[in-house]
Design a protein around this ligand. Structure first.
Ligand SMILES: C[C@H](O)[C@H](O)[C@H]1CNC2=NC(N)=NC(=O)C2=N1
Length: 81
């Protein structure tokens, strides 16, 4: 589940292995380019942490973040995470 703190939406994902984590990240990257809104993220082996904020709105959470979060959740569901 996404949580909002310090002016960003954040969620952590744990995949089966690095390969799945990176495949997920690749899919997120395609969506980010499509809607021109991009995540901050970190990856370590099978874990991906994502933070969403809108720099253009002074680093606040906007509808663009909620839209991307929803799109990411749909992708994540396909990995069963
Ligand atoms: C010019 C372009 O629309 C902006 O730089 C976009 C691109 N991607 C972005 N991504 C995020 N997360 N926040 C932004 O404010 C943002 N702005």
């Amino acid at each position: 589940m996404w949580t909002e703190k310090d002016n960003h939406l954040t969620r952590s994902f744990k995949f089966r292995d690095f390969k799945e984590a990176f495949a997920f990240m690749t899919e997120v990257a395609v969506v980010a380019e499509e809607i021109n809104h991009h995540p901050w993220w970190s990856n370590s082996y099978n874990k991906v942490e994502i933070r969403l904020t809108t720099h253009d709105a002074g680093h606040t959470v906007t509808n663009r973040d909620h839209v991307l979060a929803q799109r990411i959740s749909v992708l994540a569901e396909r990995y069963g995470v």
